[in-house]
Design a protein around this ligand. Structure first.
Ligand SMILES: NC(=O)c1ccc[n+]([C@@H]2O[C@H](COP(=O)([O-])OP(=O)(O)OC[C@H]3O[C@@H](n4cnc5c(N)ncnc54)[C@H](OP(=O)(O)O)[C@@H]3O)[C@@H](O)[C@H]2O)c1
Length: 242
């Protein structure tokens, strides 16, 4: 991987843990410069220091805060950004009959609107670059539902697939590639935020048969490092046991 992203300046959202943090490490290991966005400032500051990157704390739901954070990220990386990895996301299982409407709002606010906020703020930088990438971390559940309580989360991820398709058409001729990474279950802390039994069983399953965050991150680096002119429109990946 070393050197494959030399000279690239990549902003990663959701970089305080899981797939986003692993992606920041993998990008840096491949020679890229990174800016890290998430709410937990202590975590992204420590990782940025380790990787020689920039930490730009923000809540992706707050459109103004994201705008400022993206501008600060570009400034810290020499006035340029040529990659955005949208990895910030939440998972709150629940059926429609028994689910909490606040969870539905959070799911769409972070997974869909947050991704749009970060992407819109990054577009002026991405289109100014010679060539650039947006990599949206979706999920296999955006294409194939696992169980009823995952319906709302899966709907948010299906939206990410379709928004990415629109963005690919919007930005392709301006030199920006748009990719979707759709992993199956990955061993991260995402399940710990919910007390729903589905979250508990997914957490247990992720420990048994999940991909690692590093495996997903390596794939994201491959997508970022693909030869110019090649677009990884959708990359679905599972562990062999899933
Ligand atoms: N784990 C899986 O099985 C799996 C499978 C397929 C797809 N995915 C997707 O992969 C992505 C990363 O998830 P993960 O598994 O790595 O989970 P994770 O370890 O919980 O990481 C989620 C990241 O999103 C950030 N985040 C959450 N809400 C945010 C907000 N309002 N503003 C800014 N950042 C926010 C968190 O940072 P802060 O809390 O510090 O803000 C954290 O850095 C998500 O989009 C998820 O849907 C996960």
């Amino acid at each position: 991987m070393e050197g494959r992203l030399e000279g690239r300046r990549i902003l990663v959202t959701g970089a305080s843990g899981g797939i986003g943090a692993a992606t920041a490490r993998a990008v840096a290991a491949a020679g890229g410069q990174v800016a890290l966005l998430a709410r937990r400032e202590d975590r992204i500051a420590a990782l940025a220091e380790e990787l020689g990157g920039a930490a730009v704390p923000a809540d992706v739901v707050d459109v103004a805060a994201v705008g400022h954070a993206v501008a600060r990220a570009a400034e810290a990386l020499g006035g340029r950004l040529d990659g955005l990895v949208n990895a910030a996301g939440v998972l709150r299982p629940g059926t429609v009959a028994e689910g909490d409407p606040d969870d539905w709002a959070l799911t769409f606010d972070v997974n869909v609107r947050g991704l749009l906020h970060a992407t819109q703020a990054a577009i002026p930088y991405l289109t100014a670059a010679d060539h650039a990438d947006v990599v949206n971390v979706s999920s296999m559940s955006g294409r194939r539902l696992g169980s009823a309580p995952m319906g709302v989360y899966a709907a948010s991820k299906a939206a990410v697939h379709m928004l990415s398709e629109g963005l690919r058409r919007e930005l392709g001729e301006r030199g920006v590639r748009v990719a979707v990474i759709a992993p199956g279950i990955v061993e991260t802390d995402i399940f710990a935020a919910s007390d729903h039994e589905t979250a508990h069983s997914l957490a247990a399953r992720s420990r048994q048969i999940g991909l690692s965050a590093d495996q997903v991150a390596d794939r994201i680096v491959e997508v970022l490092a693909a030869p110019p002119g090649v677009v990884h429109a959708e990359v679905a990946m599972l562990s062999i046991d899933q």
